[in-house]
Design a binder for this molecule. Structure first.
Ligand SMILES: Nc1ncnc2c1ncn2[C@@H]1O[C@H](COP(=O)(O)OP(=O)(O)O)[C@@H](O)[C@H]1O
Ligand SMILES: [Mg+2]
Length: 307
């Protein structure tokens, strides 16, 4: 795939004889939000840690910004900001003081880096409040501020809304979206909550027991989950003729078992049935169906769902 900011090739992590990430190949494209979705224990954090060099790779490869990570770490890592687990902030210092320490460690040269990062996440610069009295939402924001201190092109955020209340979640979501839309950042984000990923991500990768079950655009997934008329006929070619010539639609797909899906749900079922029967297309099923995303995930994860 072209223009991948992150590309993993058959990335694998084994602990002894247990494989926790199994041949995972993900493609995170420039300027997009990629949601890695999976239940607890699916391997999301481990995958991110391998990308960030925080966990040794058992086999496979990581490519960042089109280059192999191996031997290029020093050059590539400064272009990435991340939150994996809680960053070690000092409880008795303010947010500003904490970020100043991190800025110094990283050698952030830009004069206003701390001030700007705080502004971006909506935290005050000259607040006297120590980190220990921050709300969880503020702590998460400070973590994100820390991740964007160097103005990185790529952000890797491991469950950044974990533990937040619904308002906090909505705020962080809006803010992550603005990083993508206004600042053009590429973002890899993980979550175990389907709706969160569905609301935020442009692309999605579904991880289940260490395996990437699906990688797709959100738009395509939504298309898979829209309403449709399901028909079963004895002749798909006759039915296709009816759809195109009589009902003037080509918005349908032919599936296995002589099934067809017609996405033009404005079509009247009685009319459709009459037209199909009149050409001898032998209708055995005709009904309106809708799969929602949740059903779909249940299906591909073997019926257990995501949460
Ligand atoms: N250091 C470790 N040693 C052994 N197993 C581990 C270690 N770290 C993680 N695991 C296992 O790897 C699997 C994936 O964990 P993780 O990547 O944290 O999943 P997720 O972030 O999707 O919840 C889990 O079964 C976890 O128990
Ligand atoms: Mg995790």
């Amino acid at each position: 795939m072209n223009d991948c900011v992150i590309e993993t090739q058959m990335l694998t992590k084994r602990y002894g004889s247990t494989t926790v990430v199994n041949n995972v190949s993900i493609h995170v494209k420039r300027g997009r939000i990629y949601g890695l979705l999976g239940r607890n224990g699916a391997g999301k954090t481990t995958t991110m840690k391998m990308i960030l060099g925080l966990s040794a790779i058992s086999s496979g490869e990581v490519r960042l910004f089109g280059e192999s990570l191996k031997k290029n770490e020093r050059k590539l890592y400064p272009r990435i900001g991340s939150i994996i687990e809680t960053p070690g902030f000092y409880p008795h210092l303010t947010g500003t003081e904490n970020l100043q320490i991190f800025a110094r460690i990283r050698g952030t040269i830009k004069q206003n880096a701390v001030q700007e990062a705080l502004k971006t996440v909506g935290l005050p610069y000259d607040d006297k409040k120590p980190f220990s009295s921050y709300s969880l939402g503020m702590k998460q924001r400070l973590g994100i501020a820390n991740a964007i201190l160097n103005d990185p092109e790529l952000l890797i955020l491991d469950e950044p809304t974990n533990g937040l209340d619904p308002i906090g979640i909505a705020e962080v979501r809006a803010f992550i979206r603005s990083l993508s839309e206004e600042y053009g950042k590429t973002i890899l984000i993980s979550s175990h909550i389907l709706t969160e990923i569905a609301l935020l991500a442009d692309d999605i990768g579904i991880l289940h027991h260490g395996n990437l079950l699906e990688e797709n655009t959100m738009a395509d997934l939504e298309k898979k989950n829209q309403k449709y008329i399901h028909i079963q006929v004895t002749s798909q070619s006759l039915a296709a003729q009816v759809l195109e010539r009589v009902l003037h639609t080509n918005n349908y797909t032919a599936e296995a078992d002589n099934s067809m899906r017609i996405y033009d749900t404005g079509i009247d079922l009685v009319e459709l049935n009459k037209a199909l029967v009149s050409v001898g297309a032998g209708v055995s099923t005709i009904q309106i169906c809708s799969d929602n995303l949740e059903d779909y995930f249940k299906k591909i994860t073997g019926g257990v769902g995501i949460e």
